[in-house]
Design a protein around this ligand. Structure first.
Ligand SMILES: C[S@@+](CC[C@H](N)C(=O)[O-])C[C@H]1O[C@@H](n2cnc3c(N)ncnc32)[C@H](O)[C@@H]1O
Length: 207
């Protein structure tokens, strides 16, 4: 699968779960994986929605002895691509889970979760359960990083049908609450198609 063409084909076959017309840029990958890479080793990382593996490659390149990376990807064609092009010479400690993050058997306590899922394209009940599951998988003090395409939510709330507007408003409120409760930080990455916010949350330390 040539990355860009294969990505567009996957999007056309399954718009809702792929949710993007092109893979993320290296700039967005750097921004999204920054907290994971900065955390002291040995580290346990989880990546969800790896697609063609732009974030995966950056994590694999940063792996050191004792680090572990679980990668969860729903789309079978992307999984084949990941196995053949990204993970074939990855160090030990990398496991690819083919299937949905909802069903994946994972042990909680990750230092960092990196997520490439298209939340704004998901039905609200699905994005809510996935985000809650991801938060529950981080250790206290660990991070969850994901991206949102800049302006897409506003665009969909402005021109979408009433249920879409309601879903966008609900999603905005949910993410705002998470950012407030989990020391949220955002960075705008212009060099991406389309420009995107890298959003980072930190789970509060246990009292
Ligand atoms: C927007 S693409 C992002 C791909 C890549 N991280 C990037 O930024 O280029 C979203 C990816 O999430 C995957 N995905 C969607 N729903 C999923 C789920 N429930 N569990 C795991 N992966 C999922 C899709 O198959 C797709 O590869």
């Amino acid at each position: 699968m040539a990355s860009r063409r294969g990505f567009l084909r996957a999007f056309l076959n399954d718009r809702e779960s792929v949710g993007a017309i092109a893979p993320s840029s290296k700039g967005l990958a750097r921004a999204i994986t920054a907290p994971a890479r900065a955390c002291p080793g040995p580290r346990r990382w989880l990546e969800v929605g790896a697609g063609t593996g732009v974030f995966t490659q950056m994590l694999v390149d940063a792996m050191e002895d004792g680090d572990q990376l679980d990668v969860v990807e729903l789309n079978a064609a992307f999984c084949t691509h990941l196995r053949e092009r990204v993970l074939h010479d990855a160090p030990g400690g990398v496991t690819l889970h083919e299937g949905s993050i909802i069903d994946a058997e994972l042990e909680a306590g990750y230092d960092a979760v990196v997520c490439g899922l298209p939340y704004n394209a998901f039905p609200t009940h699905l994005s809510r359960s996935i985000l809650r599951r991801l938060v529950s998988l981080i250790r206290p003090g660990g991070t969850l990083s994901f991206f949102e395409y800049a302006a897409i939510r506003h665009l969909r709330s402005g021109i979408g049908a009433r249920p879409v507007k309601r879903a966008m408003a609900w999603h905005a409120r949910f993410v705002r609450r998470l950012e407030r409760d989990m020391a949220g930080k955002r960075k705008l990455v212009m060099m991406n198609l389309p420009p995107a916010w890298a959003v980072h949350l930190r789970r509060p330390d246990a009292p």
